[in-house]
Design a protein around this ligand. Sequence first.
Ligand code: ZN
Ligand code: ZN
Length: 278
Amino acid sequence: MTIPKANYHTHSLYCDGKEPLESYVRAAETRHFEQLGFSSHAPVPFENDFGITLEQIPAYCAEIEHLKQNTNVQLLKALECDFIPGMSTPFRQFKEQFQLDYIIGGVHLVRPPHRDGLWFIDGSKREIYDDGLRNLFDGNVQQAVTTFWEQTFEMLETEQMDVIAHFDKIKMHNQHRFFQEDEKWYRILAEKALQLIKNHDIVIEINTRGIYKGRCDAFYPSTELLTKACQMDIPVIISSDAHKSDELDLLFHEAVTELQRCGYGNLVSFDPVQKRFV
Ligand SMILES: [Zn+2]
Ligand SMILES: [Zn+2]
């Protein structure tokens, strides 16, 4: 397996990324990339500082189209859509309305079944994770983590996406404190999610961001789950989930080594003619 000449998971100033689109295009050229996919966080139905707004999406798409004229790197238009039960816009709607190349689906905000509020499991602050666990789930870790996985199941069953983002993000702020990934109940939930990914023909990403940001000691997904995904023949891409242009291919080399250790022999890439990963 060679190091991929592409990143499909990239955030810019249109959402919570730190640089304009063009910076990433130049960085992709320097790295001799063949493809670069932009994936701003999609709008969610409440005030926030991490997502693109619905009003900004046409400008985002137009800027990508404009940048295409001045580069040899194939640029792709995508969104990273957040699934929040009963709240988020159907992914398909964004894809059709803005003629996107693909959709990355993910869970960053967990909605407790019988309480108002959302548990933010991402971001840089572990305290927010811990507070949510305490205030929204009364500290019941198994119930909270199960809710994350059930929300993931619902996303996989009801939404249309091409790639699932950072499969086991729920482990990031846990840092082996509240639950262990080899506990049986956890494995059963995670493996059920893999089965749904398989059934719905979705691509998984090995996401390097948790490690290079120092927030996690493993890739998403962890070795055991990635090995299982390989045995199930689930296609994989390598993503840096870049929020800065110099993050575009961070730890790609290590990700290749990890994928090979898990049994993977090849990666998929986006075919612009078929409009899917092959
Ligand atoms: Zn994400
Ligand atoms: Zn992302």
